[in-house]
Design a binder for this molecule. Sequence first.
Ligand code: AMP
Length: 366
Amino acid sequence: MTALPPGSTIGILGGGQLGRMLALAAARLGLKTHIYAPEADSPAFDVSGARTIASYDDEPALTAFAKSVDVATYEFENIPAKTVEFLAKLIPVRPGAKALACAQDRMNEKTLARQLGAMTADFAQIDSLAELEKVLDGGFAIPCVLKTRRFGYDGKGQAKILKREDAASAWASMRDQPSILESFVNFTYEVSVVAARGADGEFRAFEVTENEHRNHILYRSLAPAHIPKASRDEAILIARKIAEELDYVGVFAIEFFAEVNGATTTLRVNEMAPRVHNSGHWTEDGCETSQFEQHIRAVAGWPLGSTAMTATAAEMINLIGDEILEWPAIAADPGAYLHHYGKKEARPGRKMGHVNRRLAKPPQGG
Ligand code: AMP
């Protein structure tokens, strides 16, 4: 495709902080954005020239939105597949429906990863309590984790099974939704690859990032990850294979569990996000091109930017709930890059902002 010239408009489905940072990155390149989101107080509205407040199944609103943009993208993967299919008949949507369908379902993600030769946790499809009990009695190793196949994030829709008797309560917490049982991975650390594939098929990955979670929510990312070079290359190769298989256009993230046994590091794919990702926020201040600019470049058909780091290492710490109240101290710290999402209400567990820092030394994680 030919590159969309400055002045063109990118439509973004979803109005959270990811949409906000995408809109800011687009503006820097002279591209306009139109945010489509159901919530009237969407943080992305503050920084975008056009907005539509409507539900994702409002066809007249979607049609008007399509008429006003040159290309559409999305900032979260729980956009109904039907919405993307509807829009795709009117305008290009990047990434496409195939990538979205894969990433919306944990069974599809893990099956694809296995097909491409990557390792994952052992897994089984579970659609009833009887099925769960049969799989467990058939020898599926305990401890394990039951998860809804769709619409889970930040540990929501998950139940640990520590003993056979937990099966009934774990299944009850799935509320009859199609589920997946996963073996519990005794990982040493978690890493992610945030990468982009351009409209012309060019692939570029950011440095592999090491991620620390607290209460199932990402707390800190460090780049580059403390990971052997061969595992770093393996993780990036898996990301590339997945992107090529899905004919992907845009930025995406693949999360991995890393298990260290002596000199061996085993990587297992956990999940894929078909969008810019929280573990890539450090690129805003630690890379030549941020993940947000990279996504806009890919979606607009521009050449991808350099993913070289601008510091030896970089870290990102999320500001969750009341932690955002620390902004005056962070703003006074000359080494801190504050990103405030402009959300009015600091509810517990809500991502309110983040702070990036460039580090002189590589991180000591792992
Ligand atoms: P997810 O929603 O799949 O990203 O899971 C959220 C977090 O729960 C992960 O980042 C892990 O820390 C933990 N977790 C999820 N699945 C597993 C598993 N199969 N084994 C061990 N920990 C897990």
